[in-house]
Design a protein around this ligand. Sequence first.
Ligand code: NDP
Ligand code: OXD
Length: 314
Amino acid sequence: MSILFAAPGWDTSAWRARLEVLLPSHPVAIIGEPFDGAAIRYVLSWAHPPGALADLPNLAAIFSLGAGVDHLFADPALPDRPIVRVVDSDLRDRMSEWVVMHALVHLRQLRRYERQQRERAWADDDHQPKAGDIQVGVLGLGALGLDAATKLKTLGFKVAGWSATPKSARGIECFSGPGGLDVLLAQTDILVVLLPLTPATRGLLNASLFARLKKGGQLGGPVLINAGRGGLQIEADILAALESGILKGASLDVFEREPLPASSPLWSHPAVYVSPHNAAISAPAAVAAAIARQIEAFERGEPLRNVVDRTRGY
Ligand code: NDP
Ligand code: OXD
């Protein structure tokens, strides 16, 4: 039985080559090329065209090629089969690198010193807080959020986290539910967002939430770091909050519309860092291997792991 690789716009050759080595008995078909729908047992998808999986009678499971699965739910004709998402140390470590880098960039005022270097200006105002002076709040304490929180803690930041269900994590103050969010926001200098995009989280990063963040603080105002999903944020509210000083800065890897339109004021805002949704890429070597391990285990009769709860949407 075959695998259907359904990620339009991706470089399919690296994935196909890797999958054919890892799973030689499963030929790889590519969406957009002719294939026999009845032969497809597994789909590997990133934003497949809606309806494209509707006629696969022998489909056993759908693998998201990333950790997020909101791209799958965008298909109203998504077959009712188990959805498996990526939970992998390679992806996790890449995300924590990005989060830690941006927490440090804001802590150590990188923009200011880059500007001063361009201007050949040797200037310091003796105000340089250290990580231990800064409270980070991490929204989402899942596979990615918990690792980023732990690494930020190791660097000395004070770290709290927020999840849907109550959690405990060594050295990290844990909050859950709407009441818990208010307490976390009121103490937060750096807000890191690693939530999935679901009906419950869409638009959460809005003016009302920014107004509940700690005022002032050692960074001169709170900073937003979002690598979750663009649909979590209202970009007009981010820009207004930066304008009014409610937010001091932002690092954004994800956007309401991707690619971020050239006309977006976020590109040139002096307090905003923009990256092109690559905080944690799905590297073929790591992610194909993780999916292949799951397919092999499934075919030995073991249950699939990291299966998405369709009711919660993640
Ligand atoms: P997980 O499912 O492991 O974790 C999600 C976390 O969010 C959980 O702690 C969950 O709570 C919490 N959560 C979900 N809904 C709510 C809610 N309504 N209120 C409060 N907390 C909530 O996901 P991952 O950590 O693996 O990934 C997180 C997201 O990161 C992905 O969905 C994806 O959108 C994004 N991502 C972005 C990438 C990039 O390159 N920019 C790369 C990879 C992922 P609980 O634990 O109680 O269930
Ligand atoms: C993911 C992503 O969900 O890259 O893995 O956004």
